[in-house]
Design a protein around this ligand. Structure first.
Ligand code: ATP
Length: 220
């Protein structure tokens, strides 16, 4: 087992739209150890989602490297990044990680089929943990915002990932559900998972081991 689950070094990301250039990430370095929950906060447009996308291998940084569980995920073909993501990372983005035409149960099964050599946690158990066991047969569009957020979390945890990357996982849930989600993340962290979570919630910051603040693509 590697000492750090996530090692992102000196990440840069530029976006160009016509004449305008945005420096979304300006040399961001981040490491996370097994068992650690890191909260990332900062104003709108500061680069948080861009960072998470680069960490997840959903986007390529223009400079710098990302390693997850000892394997480099940056600067690789999309297919390779996708395979590494299935193997090591649970991703919960604001855009949601549920496939529309599959039930919640089948969304979990889909993620678990991509991972070999690990015994999957039964879908019902994952859904019990997030408190929506009775919604296993529902389609994503039949879920409330809070239920969809919890289903997304169950899917993010379905591959028993070394690293969980979550963008506002408690943005749409009530206080009680937020506590439940945080307890669940802590439980997974205690088994060695590292968690990086973007959030403006005070409860999330209080539950985290470290809180990092971003502004204009840099830590402040
Ligand atoms: N695909 C893109 N093309 C052009 N500019 C982009 C793109 N994605 C992000 N940006 C710009 O990069 C900057 C950082 O955006 P990002 O979404 O990472 O911020 P954020 O901190 O996650 O914001 P929020 O809290 O509102 O989600 C912003 O100025 C944004 O407009």
């Amino acid at each position: 087992m590697t000492a750090v689950v996530l090692s992102a070094h000196s990440l840069y990301r530029f976006f160009r739209a016509g004449e305008e250039e945005t420096l979304a990430l300006q040399g961001v370095t981040l490491e996370a150890e097994p068992g650690e929950i890191v909260a990332v906060t900062g104003p709108s447009g500061s680069g948080k989602t861009t960072l998470l996308n680069c960490l997840a291998g959903l986007d390529e940084p223009d400079g710098g490297t990302v390693r997850v569980a000892g394997e480099r995920i940056s600067h690789r073909a999309e297919r390779e990044r996708s395979a590494l993501r299935s193997r090591h990372i649970g991703v919960l983005l604001q855009s949601k990680n549920l496939v529309d035409h599959l039930s919640v149960r089948d969304n979990i099964a889909l993620v678990q089929r991509l991972v070999r050599g690990r015994r999957p946690v039964p879908a019902e158990d994952l859904l019990e943990q997030v408190g929506i066991r009775d919604r296993a047969g529902a389609l994503p569009r039949q879920l409330s915002g809070g239920e969809a957020a919890r289903a997304g979390l169950a899917v993010a945890l379905a591959n028993a990932p070394a690293l969980v990357l979550a963008d506002e996982p408690t943005g749409e849930v009530d206080g009680e559900t937020e506590r439940r989600v945080l307890a669940l993340l802590r439980e997974h962290a205690s088994t060695g998972t590292a968690v990086v979570v973007i959030s403006h919630s005070r409860a999330v910051a209080a539950a985290a081991d470290r809180v990092l603040r971003m502004r204009d693509g840099r830590w402040v």
